[in-house]
Design a protein around this ligand. Structure first.
Ligand code: SAM
Length: 215
Protein backbone atom coordinates (compact mmCIF):
# COMPACT_ATOMS: atom_id res chain seq x y z
CA UNK A 1 0.00 0.00 0.00
CA UNK A 2 1.23 3.47 -0.81
CA UNK A 3 1.98 5.00 2.58
CA UNK A 4 4.07 7.84 3.95
CA UNK A 5 7.34 6.34 5.12
CA UNK A 6 6.64 2.99 3.48
CA UNK A 7 9.51 0.53 3.71
CA UNK A 8 8.31 -1.52 0.77
CA UNK A 9 11.43 -0.79 -1.29
CA UNK A 10 13.70 -1.76 1.60
CA UNK A 11 11.67 -4.73 2.80
CA UNK A 12 13.98 -7.48 1.62
CA UNK A 13 17.08 -5.83 3.05
CA UNK A 14 15.52 -4.96 6.40
CA UNK A 15 13.81 -8.30 6.90
CA UNK A 16 16.95 -10.26 6.08
CA UNK A 17 18.51 -8.61 9.15
CA UNK A 18 15.53 -8.43 11.47
CA UNK A 19 14.42 -12.03 10.94
CA UNK A 20 17.88 -13.56 10.81
CA UNK A 21 17.72 -15.54 14.05
CA UNK A 22 13.95 -15.93 14.29
CA UNK A 23 12.89 -19.22 15.89
CA UNK A 24 9.80 -21.20 14.80
CA UNK A 25 6.71 -19.83 16.59
CA UNK A 26 8.58 -16.69 17.70
CA UNK A 27 6.31 -13.65 17.39
CA UNK A 28 7.21 -10.85 14.99
CA UNK A 29 5.70 -7.56 16.23
CA UNK A 30 5.37 -4.15 14.59
CA UNK A 31 4.12 -1.48 17.01
CA UNK A 32 4.07 1.07 14.11
CA UNK A 33 2.84 -1.04 11.20
CA UNK A 34 1.65 1.83 8.95
CA UNK A 35 0.89 0.45 5.47
CA UNK A 36 1.94 -3.08 6.57
CA UNK A 37 4.50 -3.01 3.81
CA UNK A 38 6.96 -5.13 5.77
CA UNK A 39 4.82 -7.36 7.94
CA UNK A 40 2.86 -8.55 4.88
CA UNK A 41 6.08 -10.26 3.77
CA UNK A 42 6.61 -12.11 7.04
CA UNK A 43 5.02 -15.45 7.88
CA UNK A 44 4.13 -17.13 11.18
CA UNK A 45 3.00 -15.48 14.41
CA UNK A 46 2.62 -11.75 13.89
CA UNK A 47 1.17 -8.71 15.66
CA UNK A 48 0.59 -5.42 13.83
CA UNK A 49 -0.33 -2.27 15.70
CA UNK A 50 -0.85 1.35 14.72
CA UNK A 51 -2.37 4.33 16.46
CA UNK A 52 -4.39 5.15 13.34
CA UNK A 53 -7.90 3.81 13.97
CA UNK A 54 -9.17 3.93 10.39
CA UNK A 55 -6.03 2.32 9.01
CA UNK A 56 -6.35 -0.70 11.30
CA UNK A 57 -10.09 -0.93 10.57
CA UNK A 58 -9.25 -1.11 6.86
CA UNK A 59 -6.71 -3.90 7.32
CA UNK A 60 -9.10 -5.92 9.50
CA UNK A 61 -11.87 -5.54 6.89
CA UNK A 62 -9.50 -6.63 4.11
CA UNK A 63 -8.62 -9.70 6.16
CA UNK A 64 -12.35 -10.46 6.32
CA UNK A 65 -12.76 -10.26 2.55
CA UNK A 66 -13.92 -6.65 2.16
CA UNK A 67 -13.59 -5.33 -1.40
CA UNK A 68 -12.75 -1.62 -1.68
CA UNK A 69 -14.63 0.49 -4.26
CA UNK A 70 -13.42 0.90 -7.87
CA UNK A 71 -14.06 4.59 -8.00
CA UNK A 72 -14.49 7.54 -5.62
CA UNK A 73 -15.49 10.90 -7.04
CA UNK A 74 -14.13 14.15 -5.65
CA UNK A 75 -17.59 14.93 -4.23
CA UNK A 76 -17.68 11.56 -2.43
CA UNK A 77 -14.10 12.06 -1.21
CA UNK A 78 -15.06 15.37 0.44
CA UNK A 79 -18.22 13.94 1.92
CA UNK A 80 -16.29 11.03 3.45
CA UNK A 81 -13.59 13.38 4.72
CA UNK A 82 -16.10 15.73 6.35
CA UNK A 83 -18.59 13.12 7.62
CA UNK A 84 -16.49 10.16 8.70
CA UNK A 85 -19.17 8.91 11.12
CA UNK A 86 -21.63 8.43 8.26
CA UNK A 87 -19.43 5.82 6.61
CA UNK A 88 -17.91 2.44 7.46
CA UNK A 89 -14.63 3.07 9.23
CA UNK A 90 -12.75 0.73 6.83
CA UNK A 91 -14.01 2.70 3.82
CA UNK A 92 -12.91 5.93 5.50
CA UNK A 93 -9.47 4.35 6.02
CA UNK A 94 -9.20 3.27 2.41
CA UNK A 95 -10.36 6.61 0.97
CA UNK A 96 -8.33 8.69 3.44
CA UNK A 97 -5.11 7.07 2.29
CA UNK A 98 -5.79 5.37 -1.03
CA UNK A 99 -7.68 8.16 -2.78
CA UNK A 100 -5.63 11.04 -1.41
CA UNK A 101 -2.69 12.96 -2.77
CA UNK A 102 0.59 11.05 -2.24
CA UNK A 103 -1.20 8.61 0.07
CA UNK A 104 -1.26 11.30 2.74
CA UNK A 105 -4.25 11.04 5.11
CA UNK A 106 -6.98 13.15 3.41
CA UNK A 107 -4.19 15.30 2.00
CA UNK A 108 -6.23 16.36 -1.06
CA UNK A 109 -8.18 14.37 -3.65
CA UNK A 110 -5.71 12.38 -5.75
CA UNK A 111 -5.88 13.42 -9.39
CA UNK A 112 -3.63 13.29 -12.42
CA UNK A 113 -3.32 11.93 -15.93
CA UNK A 114 -1.81 8.81 -17.42
CA UNK A 115 0.89 9.11 -20.11
CA UNK A 116 -1.82 8.98 -22.77
CA UNK A 117 -3.53 12.03 -21.27
CA UNK A 118 -6.49 10.14 -19.84
CA UNK A 119 -7.28 10.65 -16.15
CA UNK A 120 -5.73 8.18 -13.71
CA UNK A 121 -8.03 6.24 -11.44
CA UNK A 122 -6.15 6.38 -8.12
CA UNK A 123 -8.94 4.57 -6.35
CA UNK A 124 -8.73 1.46 -8.53
CA UNK A 125 -4.90 1.55 -8.36
CA UNK A 126 -5.10 1.61 -4.57
CA UNK A 127 -7.68 -1.13 -4.59
CA UNK A 128 -5.32 -3.33 -6.62
CA UNK A 129 -2.44 -2.50 -4.27
CA UNK A 130 -4.26 -3.39 -1.07
CA UNK A 131 -5.86 -6.51 -2.53
CA UNK A 132 -2.38 -7.67 -3.53
CA UNK A 133 -1.47 -7.46 0.18
CA UNK A 134 -4.38 -9.55 1.43
CA UNK A 135 -2.65 -12.92 1.16
CA UNK A 136 0.23 -11.59 3.27
CA UNK A 137 -2.15 -10.18 5.89
CA UNK A 138 -3.69 -13.58 6.70
CA UNK A 139 -3.19 -14.52 10.34
CA UNK A 140 -1.86 -11.14 11.51
CA UNK A 141 -3.34 -10.04 14.86
CA UNK A 142 -4.18 -6.34 14.51
CA UNK A 143 -4.34 -3.79 17.31
CA UNK A 144 -5.07 -0.07 17.44
CA UNK A 145 -3.16 1.21 20.46
CA UNK A 146 -0.49 3.60 21.46
CA UNK A 147 2.75 1.63 21.09
CA UNK A 148 3.46 1.62 24.81
CA UNK A 149 0.07 0.06 25.54
CA UNK A 150 0.61 -2.88 23.22
CA UNK A 151 1.02 -6.25 24.93
CA UNK A 152 3.98 -7.98 23.38
CA UNK A 153 4.49 -11.72 23.86
CA UNK A 154 7.65 -12.69 25.69
CA UNK A 155 10.66 -13.21 23.44
CA UNK A 156 9.14 -11.50 20.41
CA UNK A 157 11.13 -9.85 17.66
CA UNK A 158 9.95 -6.24 17.59
CA UNK A 159 10.59 -4.06 14.58
CA UNK A 160 9.90 -0.39 15.26
CA UNK A 161 9.46 2.11 12.48
CA UNK A 162 8.13 5.24 14.18
CA UNK A 163 7.28 8.45 12.32
CA UNK A 164 10.28 10.48 11.27
CA UNK A 165 11.20 13.78 12.72
CA UNK A 166 11.13 16.80 10.40
CA UNK A 167 8.67 15.31 7.92
CA UNK A 168 5.02 16.04 7.28
CA UNK A 169 3.19 15.33 10.49
CA UNK A 170 1.12 12.19 10.80
CA UNK A 171 -2.43 12.41 12.08
CA UNK A 172 -1.14 12.13 15.64
CA UNK A 173 2.12 13.86 16.37
CA UNK A 174 4.85 11.74 17.83
CA UNK A 175 7.14 12.48 20.73
CA UNK A 176 10.60 11.40 19.60
CA UNK A 177 12.26 12.49 22.81
CA UNK A 178 10.22 9.96 24.75
CA UNK A 179 10.45 7.02 22.43
CA UNK A 180 13.33 5.66 24.47
CA UNK A 181 11.04 5.62 27.48
CA UNK A 182 8.38 3.79 25.51
CA UNK A 183 10.87 1.30 24.19
CA UNK A 184 12.22 0.87 27.68
CA UNK A 185 8.89 -0.73 28.48
CA UNK A 186 9.69 -3.44 25.99
CA UNK A 187 12.56 -4.70 28.11
CA UNK A 188 11.81 -8.38 27.88
CA UNK A 189 11.74 -8.54 24.13
CA UNK A 190 14.35 -8.24 21.45
CA UNK A 191 14.01 -4.70 20.19
CA UNK A 192 15.19 -3.77 16.77
CA UNK A 193 14.65 -0.15 16.24
CA UNK A 194 14.83 1.56 12.89
CA UNK A 195 14.78 5.27 12.23
CA UNK A 196 15.16 6.95 8.92
CA UNK A 197 17.53 9.83 8.81
CA UNK A 198 15.96 11.82 6.00
CA UNK A 199 18.84 14.26 5.65
CA UNK A 200 21.39 11.53 4.95
CA UNK A 201 18.96 9.26 3.14
CA UNK A 202 20.03 6.27 5.14
CA UNK A 203 18.29 3.88 7.42
CA UNK A 204 19.90 3.50 10.78
CA UNK A 205 19.30 0.12 12.28
CA UNK A 206 19.94 -0.40 15.94
CA UNK A 207 20.01 -4.03 17.01
CA UNK A 208 20.48 -4.15 20.75
CA UNK A 209 23.69 -2.24 21.29
CA UNK A 210 24.93 -2.66 17.73
CA UNK A 211 24.41 0.06 15.16
CA UNK A 212 24.33 -0.71 11.47
CA UNK A 213 23.71 1.66 8.61
CA UNK A 214 21.91 0.58 5.48
CA UNK A 215 22.42 2.86 2.49
C1 SAM B 1 6.89 5.41 9.30
S1 SAM B 1 5.22 4.88 9.53
C2 SAM B 1 5.36 3.13 9.38
C3 SAM B 1 5.51 2.70 7.93
C4 SAM B 1 5.49 1.19 7.72
N1 SAM B 1 6.70 0.56 8.26
C5 SAM B 1 5.38 0.86 6.24
O1 SAM B 1 6.32 0.30 5.66
O2 SAM B 1 4.31 1.16 5.65
C6 SAM B 1 4.96 5.19 11.24
C7 SAM B 1 3.58 4.82 11.78
O3 SAM B 1 3.56 5.06 13.19
C8 SAM B 1 2.23 5.34 13.58
N2 SAM B 1 2.25 5.97 14.92
C9 SAM B 1 2.52 7.26 15.25
N3 SAM B 1 2.48 7.43 16.57
C10 SAM B 1 2.19 6.21 17.13
C11 SAM B 1 2.02 5.74 18.46
N4 SAM B 1 2.14 6.57 19.50
N5 SAM B 1 1.74 4.43 18.66
C12 SAM B 1 1.57 3.59 17.59
N6 SAM B 1 1.72 3.99 16.30
C13 SAM B 1 2.03 5.28 16.06
C14 SAM B 1 1.71 6.24 12.45
O4 SAM B 1 0.28 6.22 12.41
C15 SAM B 1 2.39 5.58 11.23
O5 SAM B 1 1.50 4.69 10.60
Amino acid sequence: MKYMGSKNRHAKEILSIVLKDRKPDQYYVEPFCGGCNLIDKVSGNRIANDIHFYLIEMFKALQNGWQPPDNISEKEWYDIKDNKDKYDSWLVGFVGFGCSFSGKWFGGYARGNQNNGLPRNYCSESKRNVLAQVQGLRGIEFFNKNYWELEIPHNSIVYCDPPYENTTKYKDSFDHKNIGIGLGLLQEVVVRFIVRNMSRQTILLVCGQKRLTIH
